[in-house]
Design a binder for this molecule. Structure first.
Ligand code: TNX
Length: 532
């Protein structure tokens, strides 16, 4: 389809040499379609914003905030009936008529962003801000152009582990803001693990009081002055969670909570040993790696899990609830007389089948509440629950198997999209998993396996990068892990496959790094070190 059916003809006869050259568009992620035209638009502090309704005004507000960070002034909304050079408008006729899509037209006189819904309009505003911040200075010229854009994938995610180490509400909001500026739209929030329980559940106070605290190993657990042990404690109150969910929602980001089960529950069992398989009382773990503790499978345990899921569903309106399912080594189930007795009673042959039964039972519970179960690819083992969505992390094979079986899939393979892995071999890398996932690895990951039949490809909802925080005690470290690899992820998630080109990405990256600086983001310098 041709671009610009409703646009004026290009003023081809006019002299093409303006006094100030227009900047080159430095967009990350690349839009689906961009057509550059003659002439340019001069943007400065005098430019006013037009927005006719509440949705457009919200988008204009986000736009003004981004401009303030990069240009040092806040563009004002034009008064009613007054001329505005930059217009944001919800318009059912905007093209492409695709979810989250928008059109953006820049002429010599100004810019118009149109979309059929607020999400698309928001992404159009991000693109316009990126055009303006493609060059430095308070007054910039941007080229006349027309963009028609919509994302390749509907799931453009980042997982943040707040169990191993947690982040402040403000830090998480800063991350959410940055995600939105990359057109990402899912924050998968890993809130429970062997090393900590981080969600306030009033009915089970020991989850927080016991499960929310651990004594870190080594120096970190000892106060150097007093020699006293120093626990690492924290959880998000329900008010804080609601605040984060609302903040993300205003930026068109869905927050998907994870309550990991039947493994990764040592912190829960520390608080409520009656819901563990063996009945013993472990401490909340202060070690990394795969742990042994598994939920029991009796009715009391399911009643507990369902109570907690009810609280989680009340806090998180997302249609998905992630229930983990990963790395549940079965030793405790094998060793537990009560678990073995229950298996016999249910006629379940082995522990893999028991996990499948467990997840199916939780899936039925969530389905009954109108939610969809999401789990790591281990939920395929022993038979997947009917409506489950699979997050493929042990490579892409689980995702392929799930798509072939008609299940939706999010691709998050460990060797390509794990941001806790080092990004270079520089001695300046902070501690991380001793394997590399480079900027290029993230950029070149192709989410839709060629082996899938065309009819199955639609099951690939998208991609997600995961930030596990065993090695990230501070938010600086999280930022080092996330930026700039998140920019590569964004292009993989948003841009057409055929548009992706690593050299082109590298050429646009310096401008993106300047944007990070404007927002005080401590991005990784290591990928840009000159090799000796
Ligand atoms: C595996 S990925 C895990 C996490 C660890 C991560 C470290 C997954 C589903 N489970 O518990 O934090 O490796 O890279």
């Amino acid at each position: 389809a041709a671009c610009g059916d409703r646009s004026p003809p290009p003023p081809a006869q006019e002299a093409a040499a303006p006094a100030e050259a227009a900047s080159r568009p430095m967009l990350v992620p690349l839009p689906a379609r961009l057509e550059q035209r003659e002439g340019s638009f001069r943007f400065d502090a005098g430019v006013a914003l037009g927005a006719a309704d509440a949705a457009a005004r919200r988008v204009a507000g986000h736009f003004a905030g981004m401009v303030a960070a990069t240009h040092g002034f806040t563009p004002a909304l034009a008064g009613e009936g007054a001329q505005a050079a930059i217009v944001f408008a919800i318009d059912p006729a905007a093209s492409p008529d695709a979810p989250e899509g928008y059109e953006l037209e820049v002429t010599r006189e100004g810019a118009q962003v149109r979309a059929s819904d607020e999400r698309g309009l928001f992404y159009g505003a991000v693109t316009l801000w990126q055009l303006l911040s493609s060059a430095q200075g308070e007054a910039v010229r941007i080229p006349a152009l027309r963009i028609e854009d919509a994302p390749r994938f509907s799931w453009r995610g980042l997982m943040l582990d707040s169990a191993r180490h947690f982040q402040s509400v403000d830090e998480i909001k800063q991350l959410i803001d940055a995600m939105a500026r990359h057109k990402l739209n899912v924050l998968h929030w890993h809130l429970t693990d062997d090393q900590g329980w981080r969600i306030e559940i009033p009915k089970y106070p020991k989850l927080m009081e016991v499960g929310g605290c651990r004594i870190p190993a080594g120096e970190a657990g000892t106060d150097p002055d007093t020699g006293q042990t120093r626990p690492y404690c924290g959880w998000y109150t329900q008010d804080q969670i609601r605040d984060i969910v609302a903040y993300a929602g205003e930026r068109h980001i869905m927050v998907v909570p994870e309550f990991d089960m039947p493994g990764h529950v040592q912190a829960v069992v520390a608080a409520y040993p009656e819901y563990g398989s063996l009945g013993d009382t472990p401490p909340v773990s202060n070690e990394w790696g795969v742990h042994q503790y598994l939920f029991n499978v009796d009715e009391d345990t399911f009643a507990f899990i369902e109570d907690v899921l009810d609280e989680i569903m009340a806090l998180f309106p997302a249609p998905y609830v992630h229930v983990g399912g990963d790395e549940a080594v079965k030793d405790q189930w094998q060793a537990s007389a009560k678990v073995q007795a229950r298996m016999k009673e249910l006629g379940i042959a082995d522990e893999t089948a028991l996990q499948s039964w467990f997840i199916k039972r939780i899936e039925a519970y969530l389905s009954g509440k109108g939610r969809r179960l999401l789990g790591w690819d281990e939920i395929l083992d022993g038979g997947i629950a009917p409506n489950a969505t699979v997050m493929s992390w042990r490579g892409i094979e689980g995702g392929i198997a799930a798509a072939r079986a008609g299940h939706d899939v999010v691709m998050a393979p460990v060797d390509k999209l794990y941001l806790d892995y080092l990004q270079t071999s520089s001695p300046n890398e902070p501690p991380g998993r001793p394997v590399q996932v480079t900027l290029r690895d993230v950029y070149e990951f192709e989410p839709v396996p060629a082996v899938l039949a065309p009819a199955q490809r639609g099951h690939i909802l998208g991609v997600q990068a995961n930030v596990w925080t065993e090695h990230m005690r501070t938010f600086d470290r999280v930022q080092h892990a996330v930026f700039p690899r998140i920019a590569a992820l964004a292009e993989t998630a948003w841009s057409p496959a055929e548009a992706r080109d690593f050299d082109s990405f590298l050429a646009r990256l310096p401008v993106q790094l300047r944007r990070y600086e404007a927002f005080g983001i401590a991005y990784a310098r290591t990928p840009f070190e000159v090799q000796a």
